[in-house]
Every structure is written in C-alpha cells, then in structure tokens.
Write a protein that binds this ligand. Structure first.
Ligand code: 5AD
Length: 339
C-alpha cells in the first residue's frame, strides 16, 4: 500500500497490519464529494458513529504549557527562531491550578499541549501523577517528539494518551514543511503505542504542493497506524511564518477527510478543531455533523494564550465551554459523562 513512499526507513516503520477498506478511486470520490454527495458522506459518517455508540461528545480541557519549541515547522508561529513572540513556560503550580479549573468545569481530560521543549520534561513527569491522583482526570499529552524512554516514563506515570500528528504521509511534503524526517515521526508514533498510551494522529489539509493523491495517502497511512483518535485540520496561514502567503486549507476537503476517518474508525475520537471555526463560521458544528465527537476547550489564561501562536493570535478561534455546549446541542448530540 505504501510503495509510493520512497523513504526505506518509513517502510520498515509501518507494517500494514490491515488491508485498506476503500480503493484509491473510492477515497478520491469521497474526498471530492460536494453538495448532495457530501451530505450523503456525512450521513454515512454519522450512522457509523451512532452504530458504534460513539455519539456522545467528549470534552477536553487544554493547557498550553510552553511555547518554547525546538522545531521549525514552516506553518507554525511558535517555531524556533520566531523572535516576534514572547516565550513562556508554566510551572507545575500554574498547571495544577488550571487543571483544577478543568476538573471543576466537569471535564475529565486534562490535555497538556506545548512546543517540543525538553526543558519541561521533568516538570511534566511531576504533574502527570498529581493530575491522575489528586484530580482523578485522564492525562492527554501533545508535546512532540521525545526519546522512547520519555514516552515510557510518562506512560508508567499514568499518562493516558498522546497526540502526535503525522501531518502528511508524503516524506517529501513532510520534509519540506517540517524539515525533519517523517520516518522519525512514525517511529515516535509506534513508540507511544508500544508504551501503552492511546495514540492520536492525523493530517493537515492544504500544505504547499499537496494534491488529492497525497490526501488519499494520508488516509491510507492513518489506516495503517490504527489510531485511537484521528484528526484532520485545515492549514492556517500564519503571520511571521514562511507560509504566511499560502492559501488556507480547504474546509470541505477537511470535513470529508474527517467523515472518512469516522467511517474507517467508528469508535475513534475524532476532534472538530478550532481551525475549522476560524476559517468558516459554523465550521466546528459542521465537524460534528461530519462525524466528529471531541471538542477541546481552552483553559490557557489569556496572557499565555496570546503567545501560544500555533495559529498566530489573530488567526485563532478560542473555544469556550459555552461555544462547545451550544454546538453540541445544535448538532443534537450530548456531552459524554466523565466516568
Ligand atoms: N495550520 C494547521 N494546523 C496547524 N498545526 C500547527 N500549526 C498549524 C497551521 N498553521 C497543527 C499541527 C500540529 C498541531 C499541534 O497543530 O498539525 O501537529
């Protein structure tokens, strides 16, 4: 399935445990569906979600704990070397106070997100067991590529799950924008799984030079990886990044990818991301209608948040609890109980 992937390390990293469910032609037609055909695709996705008993929407509370980052991803405004933002790192006490707010809001998942910042690793190791034991919450991490031993340590300390998106299945496209190797990324995804954490991954729609064939490959790679959560996000051009003048990603292609993920992984958590809302009013509601079942609510205090510019400040839509509840109700869905 992955014989179009040139990088030999990549092929050993992914061992095709499952045969693909749809042909390339079927996936192409699904990705290009618009109008009635698109509504049919979304209805199939909703049916798959319903039959899997995955209709109730899970809420996560995110704390963006550091905006230091070693990486230089061309799409991201917290990339190393961007002098336009003020860098911060939260303390364990900052994080615990915010995590308490998440639990008090009735949310069962504390989502710790940050740039790839090795200087926070020890502090993360200290807060994981505290969040588990003192607050009784799940701990979801999204902190980038780490040595295998760090993933193992965090899993042993009680981290429940980890998000590391493959971003693009094309080694060439990936290397062009992320500047490191896709093979390394895939190794990390496998280490996270082997360490016993649930794994979330996914792609970006609208990267420079990306074609529909690349998007088909993204879906096939997701199928190989068999993730527990899987996302698709539209590319957002960010000020002060090398890609600031590139067109934004196509919202319909993103929604269609989400619907395909739902059909392929009926029980998975599929988030409806804030970038959808940023690019199209009602975009996150459309995501729920395309089969999504997770929303992340932002608990980063404003002073920090303004510097957490994975989408630069004016490009971000900040998801509140009120917005999440409103779109869940509009979609005719309910919130998943925490226990
Ligand atoms: N557009 C779309 N997605 C982005 N991400 C970061 N910056 C952008 C952007 N400009 C996503 C990447 C990354 C996750 C944390 O955020 O997929 O893995």
């Amino acid at each position: 399935m992955l014989d179009n992937v040139a990088d030999p390390k990549f092929e050993t990293a992914v061992r095709s445990p499952v045969a693909p469910r749809f042909s390339r032609d079927e996936l192409r037609a699904m990705l290009l569906a618009r109008g009635d055909a698109q509504q049919d695709l979304f209805a199939r996705a909703r049916e798959a979600r319903h039959l899997a008993g995955a209709d109730d929407v899970k809420l996560r509370g995110v704390i963006e704990l550091t905006n230091y980052c070693q990486k230089t991803c061309d799409y991201c405004a917290i990339r190393a070397g961007n002098k336009a933002i003020h860098r911060y790192r939260m303390t364990a006490d900052n994080i615990m106070a915010l995590a308490e707010g998440i639990r008090e809001a009735g949310i069962g998942t504390v989502f710790l997100q940050g740039g790839q910042d090795p200087r926070t690793d020890t502090m993360i190791s200290a807060v994981i067991p505290r969040i588990r034991q003192e607050l009784g919450c799940e701990v979801l991490l999204c902190l980038g590529e780490k040595p295998r031993a760090v993933y193992e340590e965090w899993a042993a300390l009680g981290a429940t799950s980890y998000i590391l998106k493959f971003e693009s299945s094309s080694p060439e496209l990936y290397h062009q924008v992320v500047r490191t190797s896709l093979a390394k990324r895939i190794d990390c995804i496998r280490w996270i799984k082997a360490a016993g954490m649930e794994i979330g991954t996914g792609n970006i729609v609208g990267l420079p030079n990306q074609t529909i064939e690349h998007l088909i490959d993204d879906i096939l790679l997701a199928e190989d990886l068999q993730p527990d959560f899987v996302s698709s996000s539209p590319f957002i051009p960010n000020e002060g990044t090398p890609l600031e003048t590139i067109n934004e990603g196509d919202v319909d292609a993103t929604l269609n990818t989400m619907a395909i993920y739902r059909i392929l992984f009926p029980r998975a958590l599929v988030p409806t991301v804030s970038a959808l809302e940023k690019l199209r009013g009602g975009g996150q509601l459309a995501g729920l209608q395309a089969g999504a079942n997770v929303i992340t609510i932002n608990f980063t205090p404003k002073d920090f948040r303004d510097q957490y510019a994975i989408y630069s400040a004016k490009n971000r839509f900040i998801v509140s609890g009120g917005h999440a509840k409103q779109i869940i109700a509009e979609a005719g869905l309910t919130i998943r109980p925490t226990h």
